[in-house]
Design a protein around this ligand. Sequence first.
Ligand code: NAP
Ligand code: 8YV
Length: 321
Amino acid sequence: MKPDMLLIGGATPRMMEKFEAAFNIHRLSEITDAPKWLEENGEKIEAIATNGHDGVKPEIMSKLPNLKIISCYGVGYDAIDTSVAVDRNIMVTHTPGVLNADVANLAVLLMLATSRCLVRDDKWVRSGNWANKGNAPLTRSIQNKRVGILGLGRIGSEIARKLEAFNCEIVYHTRTKKTDVAYAYYDNLLQMAEDVDYLIAITPGGSSTDKIVNAEVLNALGSEGTFINVARGSVVDEVELVKALKDGRLGFAGLDVFADEPNAPSELFEMENVTLTPHVASATVETRQAMGDLTVDNLLTFFDGKPVLTPVPECEHLNSK
Ligand code: NAP
Ligand code: 8YV
């Protein structure tokens, strides 16, 4: 008998092929009256496959009394309430590590694109400005700049390594000082923002990081400073971010994530000092394949009675049960 799995959000054809071989799949997106369906069928669901954006809503989780595992396609799992999962002995897995390189690449790309005005200069050529108005205005270099990384974990460390190639001076802020890195540590985010040219956010979302990049931090970064966000939209006070960019209190921003995705504040659309991407840091064919494989393999190993490959830290203890 195949276990019943609820699929929240999408899955690639490669994932679906493996899911279909191992599970009875119920796609939430195809269920017309979800509350009624959950009431009538919730008992049979043993597994959920979801993603970092959709997570699992509390009203869904509470209707699945026999849920055993949630496998998240993504490393960030702030949209899944792990405290409820742990209380109910539900295993939660995610996809750490396999996306480090591409997420770090997008952070560097946003830094470069914002500083070198890539979007403006692409338009300069296409619009005929080059021929009609002459050379585009000068841009700014990322070479030799001081970069503050907010969150020096798996991805933050990869960003730091990549920026060494640009001779950037790396400093960082986390709650705990790392013992194994030579970069200067700031125990105070505001102080770090005062001292750097670029601030890159790459922490988890959730309550501990909610709006930690606030108006004060943005002011400290200043009119020549650049804020890059590849973490979660919730990490920055977005209303203050828009105001600071408008007033020129903050110079520039490169943003992959937003508070109310798939919506981004429309004021940003008119700003030339901002580069925007639609939450695509991990969205390459190669990385998404690796994330998909890990999402599936965590489920398959679990139902094989083996320890899952990548539990979230809160659920590691459930692996030995
Ligand atoms: P990780 O290895 O767990 O690293 C997280 C880092 O953030 C750690 O250095 C941690 O250090 C720090 N941190 C956590 N809470 C903090 C707080 N309140 N204040 C300051 N620092 C804090 O995670 P990762 O694999 O690098 O992934 C990081 C995050 O990137 C994910 O959770 C996700 O939100 C985001 N992400 C975004 C995309 C995208 O598509 N844009 C893709 C992948 C990941 P301490 O614990 O010492 O504070
Ligand atoms: C995904 C992410 O796009 O891994 C993460 O935390 O934000 C991205 O890789 C996200 O999980 C949605 O699928």
